[in-house]
Design a protein around this ligand. Structure first.
Ligand SMILES: Nc1ncnc2c1ncn2[C@@H]1O[C@H](COP(=O)(O)OP(=O)(O)OP(=O)(O)O)[C@@H](O)[C@H]1O
Length: 610
């Protein structure tokens, strides 16, 4: 085939000859790709014409890629420190080869029009043999080095790319790391391949939410790593999906619909009851291979009957009428059914802990709710506080030792508040725990399996902390399974209801005028609910109870700067308009916001912000 190709294209013939001199003829993956390019009518010596989609199309493609793209971004973050300094570029492209996202080393510059930009499309039919296009066309991880590119112009680059498959086997995208040939590193292909496998595994877990997902490995210590096999089963133990590693471990027997017993050599009910008691179960697969299997996710029905969550409503006094807040409550209720880690982001005092407590109630877990403020524990003792210690493990340690905060939440819920403050060393220990569910006390050798619903809360965006190397991207990726954003009070549509609810918890007999509420809505509440509660308490004390009016709250608020005042006024009007657009009627808007219809009309008439 090589001769035929080279006879038809002199530029390709030169390249093939040079490759033989450099280190051997191109392998079949590359030759097959050259054949596809030649069949598509490409000429190796011609200029590379890489098409670029416009901004609107790029935005639509990003939107379509949704969850897969988020997984890719997390993997790219994790890859950056591993190949930093090697003059590289990382790209994630969709199944058409259109680059959706790029991360580049500051020293990597394609300054002469090679065109590796977001929106550029790297299908073989356009760009010839190249990492992204050839991984997509072949469905395999591939390294395309220098002269192996079909077009001569791309001969300076080395690309390593791995396709990412969805659970149904379709292509979900492709990850690529490229560098100049001289700067390439031998381990890059392995890193990219692992990142792609991790994306595939995360996709499988996402798609199979609410199902049994079982991890398989030849040794227990491989469970929780990128080399684990994953199988998803329905309630009756029939196979729904398998990742590539599981298919390999089961010697190709992993066809959808196959009964668990035929695959894992044991009755489904027996395995389920073993998984309920302990994480991993050794077994002998149908092919005779000794394997370890652990359930890593289970359906809500699989919870013991007594702990199955009833229909959940927010606790009395909790205001959750704002659509974003209501959605946050719904999301945590769904996440706890499959014990997925939850990351709550929001400003101080906006209700992160309250939402975490709601998650605990919704989960029906019988263990304790344990909240840990990661920023408040002394750094030297943090690991022992979290994971416990054996007696006398360090100077000042309790003689009888301690189980630690993580183990004290066993069977319950653990909230790691201000997770962004967790020092790097403890981040590594936490990641280990998330990977294997084992708690290892400081100074001890024995470990203990602990089952917790994990929530982490932060007021700083963790992606920024990860970019600044203060937070491990791999930990971020694990915690960020379900992310919930709680809006600050000043942006909540249920602001008026929040004021009235907090007031009712302070003094059930007191009331507040619309005018006073409108004035409160013009403050920006950096302390959110905590600040609101404190201000209303002071107002009630000043007045001695009864009905709060504008004169009672005005002196307690910072004066409105004229510009800020009008900005906040506009904010309030926008909030009313948003609710009005949703309800479509003034009376309902007034009821929902807890203000009079006249006030609604006034806001609707206010000039629109530019
Ligand atoms: N939706 C709500 N309805 C009523 N009260 C609320 C609501 N959200 C929060 N609060 C009250 O506000 C106070 C602060 O809430 P919480 O401790 O959950 O905030 P947080 O975001 O965890 O704060 P921090 O970031 O400072 O830890 C609590 O007293 C809580 O009861």
């Amino acid at each position: 085939m090589q001769q035929e190709l080279c006879a038809a294209d002199p530029a390709l013939a030169r390249r093939a000859a040079a490759l033989v001199v450099e280190g051997g003829p191109p392998d079949t993956l590359i030759l097959d790709s050259w054949a596809r390019c030649a069949a598509a009518g490409l000429q190796a010596g011609a200029a590379v014409q890489v098409p670029v989609v416009d901004g609107g199309e790029l935005a639509r493609r990003r939107e379509r890629a949704g969850g897969v793209r988020r997984l890719a971004l997390a993997q790219m973050e994790a890859l950056v420190p591993q190949i930093a300094g090697s003059n590289f570029l990382l790209a994630f492209a969709d199944a058409d080869g259109v680059i959706l996202d790029l991360r580049t080393d500051s020293r990597f510059c394609m300054d002469d029009g090679d065109g590796i930009v977001t929106g550029s499309r790297w299908r073989e039919a356009d760009a010839g043999t190249n990492g992204l296009g050839t991984a997509l066309a072949s469905g395999q991880a591939v390294a395309v080095t220098g002269g192996e590119h079909f077009f001569e112009r791309l001969g300076r680059i080395s690309c390593t790319a791995a396709p990412v498959h969805d659970v149904d086997g379709s292509l979900a995208g492709v990850l690529d790391a490229s560098s100049y040939v001289a700067a390439r590193q031998r381990h890059t292909l392995a890193l990219v391949r692992i990142a792609a496998v991790q994306m595939e595994n995360a996709l499988l877990r996402q798609r199979m939410r609410g199902r049994w997902v079982v991890a398989l490995a030849t040794r227990p210590e491989f469970l929780g790593t990128a080399s684990e096999g994953l199988l998803a089963f329905d309630d009756a133990g029939r196979l729904l999906a398998a990742n590539a590693r599981a298919a390999q471990l089961l010697h190709g027997a992993a066809a959808a619909g196959t009964a668990c017993e035929a695959l894992l050599g044991e009755r489904w009910e027996a395995l389920v009851s073993r998984w309920r008691q302990d994480g991993a179960a050794p077994l002998r697969a149908a092919g005779g291979l000794a394997l370890h299997a652990a359930a890593v996710a289970r359906p809500p029905q699989a919870l013991p009957r007594a702990s199955r969550p009833a229909a959940v409503t927010a606790a009395p006094g909790v205001v959750a009428d704002d659509p974003a807040v209501a959605e946050a409550f719904r999301l945590v209720e769904a996440a706890v059914r499959i014990t997925a880690p939850i990351l709550i982001q929001g400003e101080t005092g906006c209700g992160k802990e309250l939402l975490a407590r709601h998650a605990h109630v919704a989960s029906g877990r019988r263990g304790h709710f344990v909240a840990v403020n990661c920023g408040a524990l002394p750094e030297g003792l943090l690991e022992a506080e979290l994971f416990g210690h054996v007696g006398g493990a360090y100077t000042g340690a309790r003689r009888e030792g301690s189980v630690g905060l993580v183990a004290s939440a066993d069977g319950g819920t653990l909230l790691l508040d201000e997770i962004g403050e967790l020092p790097l060393a403890q981040q590594a220990a936490l990641l280990r725990f998330l990977d294997d569910g084992l708690v290892r006390p400081v100074g001890g050798t024995a470990s203990r399996r602990v089952d917790v619903q994990l929530l982490a809360a932060t007021h700083v965006p963790l992606a920024e902390a990860a970019a600044a190397r203060r937070f491990r991207p791999d930990l971020l990726y694990r915690l960020d399974t379900v992310r919930v954003e709680l809006p600050p009070l000043r942006r909540r549509e249920d602001f008026c209801a929040a004021v009235r609810s907090v007031l009712a918890t302070l003094d059930g007999a007191s009331r507040i005028d619309d005018e006073a509420v409108a004035r409160l809505a013009r403050h920006d509440w950096p302390g959110n609910f905590r600040e609101l509660r404190s201000l209303l308490t002071r107002a009630l004390l000043r007045r001695g109870g009864g009905r709060l009016g504008l004169a009672d709250v005005e002196p307690l608020l910072p004066p409105l700067a004229p510009a800020a005042g009008s900005a906040l006024q506009q904010q309030a009007s926008e909030r009313v308009r948003r609710v009005f657009e949703r309800c479509g009627n003034v009376s309902r808007t007034a009821r929902e916001l807890g203000i009079s219809r006249t006030t609604v009309y006034r806001h609707l008439r206010a000039p629109l912000a530019r």
